[in-house]
Design a protein around this ligand. Structure first.
Ligand code: XMP
Length: 319
């Protein structure tokens, strides 16, 4: 019988047979797929699993701490957190082209991950959160080479000198099955049903040059938006929602004083497949509440706008 419980038991059995007493390495991103793999592998092989979590400084509000709290403290999984923020911000200095930014973030990510991985000399396997749609997607690619960190699938390549074997326990599953698996394995519902977040993170939600100062402002605005969506029971009714940082300044007035500060755009869409999307018709009073909070609580933001573009022609992300 093809129930979630059976899938879990079957997967655990297969993982144990495959891996034996070997050590396994997993790149944990905080996303659904790698989180479910972590929970599954931990259940199957316990301490034989080591996770590496690279913090590139472009994560959402509190995300790095949440990942550590959930996996390391709560579940007792071995997680190595690599704080690589300065390296990423350094490499992104002066870079404004979206594809260039993606490449830099992707390559730096792999580099940091590989360096950390090469310290773990006993590791024999590299686990990945590849799911069935990824398998289909990459079937047409020329090399068919494994993807190191799934969320950065435009930059492939195993740490070759390590000669790792690939472990992909979600290979046959669709996203909704992966989510059910996550819940069955005890991961919190909010984590498992979180909106998708791009591999380059806030790097493509800060238009133009990426700076830590901008990322810090954006994180706060995004957090308020998401918090209010959850409070108004609108989070699960939108497919993806986030804030975008616009590095332009606009005049505002607070009390008697003029201010001249940054602009934030709110983006929320409804979609089934993310190939096309309609902008979410969020209630005006809701948008007003979010806008008021953002401007009142974040001193560096003077104006909030709402994106009313659908895809196509506009993409979901701004870059
Ligand atoms: P667009 O902006 O192309 O986005 O309409 C469609 C979906 O893909 C996500 N996205 C990315 N995910 N790396 C990722 O892992 C990327 O570089 C990237 N760019 C866009 C986007 O968040 C949306 O869900």
């Amino acid at each position: 019988l093809w129930t979630t419980k059976n899938i879990v038991e079957d997967s655990i059995q297969r993982i144990r047979e495959q891996v034996g007493d070997d050590e396994v390495l997993l790149g944990l991103s905080g996303g659904v797929d790698s989180s479910v793999v972590a929970a599954l592998l931990h259940k199957a092989i316990g301490d034989q699993l080591t996770c590496v979590f690279v913090d590139h400084g472009l994560l959402r509000y509190g995300e790095g701490d949440q990942v550590m709290a959930m996996f390391a403290r709560h579940m007792g999984i071995k997680v190595i957190r690599v704080d690589a923020q300065d390296l990423f911000f350094g490499r992104l200095k002066g870079v404004t082209d979206p594809e260039e930014k993606r490449k830099i973030i992707g390559h730096t990510f792999i580099e940091v991950f590989d360096e950390e991985a090469s310290k773990l000399t006993n590791v024999k396997w590299l686990a990945q959160g590849t799911i069935y749609p990824d398998v289909i997607e990459s079937a047409g690619s020329k090399t068919g080479k494994a993807k190191v960190i799934k969320s950065h699938h435009n930059v492939g390549g195993l740490p070759e000198e390590m000669n790792l074997k690939l472990l992909e326990p979600l290979r046959e599953l669709f996203k909704d099955e992966v989510r059910k698996l996550g819940v069955e394995l005890g991961l919190p519902y909010e984590m498992v049903y979180r909106h998708p977040f791009p591999g380059p993170g806030l790097g493509v939600r800060i238009l133009g040059e990426v700076k830590k100062e901008y990322a810090d402002i954006l994180r706060l605005a995004d957090h308020i938006f998401i918090e209010e969506l959850r409070a108004a029971d609108l989070y699960d009714k939108t497919s993806q929602a986030f804030a975008v940082f616009l590095p332009i300044k606009s005049v505002g007035v607070v009390g008697d004083a003029r201010r001249y500060d940054y602009v934030v755009a709110l983006r929320a869409v409804e979609t089934i497949d993310f190939m096309t999307a309609r902008w979410a018709h969020l209630p005006y009073d809701f948008l007003e509440r979010v806008s008021t909070r953002i401007i009142n609580e974040i001193p560096r933001i003077s104006r909030v706008v709402y994106d009313i573009s659908s895809k196509p022609p506009a993409t979901i992300e701004w870059e």
